[in-house]
Design a protein around this ligand. Structure first.
Ligand code: G6P
Ligand code: MG
Length: 216
């Protein structure tokens, strides 16, 4: 039986995947890598430095920068991202997610955040959702990012639950793979998440009943 839910943040709770994309697009233009929809998708769920490496590699620029210069580029992207985050209000919570959090809370489910973003606490604060979460996995303590299962295993640990009583919610392929490899129930939002156990076309379709309907 499900007892806890681990939420991804960007693209699941708010449309901040779009903000990450905007800020990375600016960075790609700066280093001379062509920005494509495929590149944008490949960055979803991927850590800051790994994302930078993917962008540099996509344009053949991986050897053009020193480690120090790479860190400066990542900082510049993050500064631009934070400017966008600071415009967030509760009106930016994706459709259905506030109701789903309320439903989970009313029914006594555990709720934690499993985002690779070091900005997650800040984003939750601007969305005024901090109080729903009994814990936030700290991505700074992880040795491997999604699609490695580590982050979702940590989420289960935070809730003190075995993996098979946990569901994870994701909008990206790397995240769904991470949940699946952790042995948890994967709930995927969006058109092309073939590997998710439970699939919804959009966030507004999620509810406890809708999840359970796809589980039998
Ligand atoms: C999430 C997003 C990624 C982002 C990563 C790190 O996984 O989906 O797009 O790169 O977090 O975010 P941060 O805010 O720490 O740079
Ligand atoms: Mg995401």
């Amino acid at each position: 039986d499900l007892k806890g839910f681990a939420f991804d943040l960007d693209g699941v709770i708010a449309d901040t995947a779009r903000f990450h994309g905007q800020a990375w697009h600016q960075l790609a233009d700066k280093v001379g890598t062509e920005w494509t929809p495929e590149l944008a998708d490949a960055l979803k769920g991927v850590s800051r430095m790994d994302s930078l490496e993917l962008i540099l590699k996509a344009g053949g620029h991986e050897n053009d920068y020193t480690q120090e210069e790479k860190e400066a580029l990542a900082t510049e992207k993050n500064d631009n991202y934070i400017k966008l985050v600071e415009t967030l209000t509760p009106a930016d919570i994706l459709p259905g997610m506030k109701d789903f959090l309320d439903e989970l809370k009313a029914n006594g489910y555990h709720i934690v955040l499993a985002s690779a973003s070091k900005n997650a606490p800040k984003v939750l604060k601007y969305l005024q959702l901090t109080d729903y979460f009994e814990g936030i996995v700290n991505p700074a303590n992880l040795s491997h990012g999604k699609p490695d299962p580590e982050i979702y295993l940590e989420a289960a640990k935070l809730m003190d639950l075995p993996a098979d009583q946990v569901a994870g919610l994701e909008d990206a392929q790397a995240g769904v793979e991470s949940i699946n490899r952790a042995g948890e129930l994967s709930i995927g939002f969006g058109a092309d998440l073939k590997d998710a156990d439970v699939k919804f076309a959009k966030t507004g379709d999620v509810s406890l009943a809708a999840v359970k309907a796809q589980m039998d």
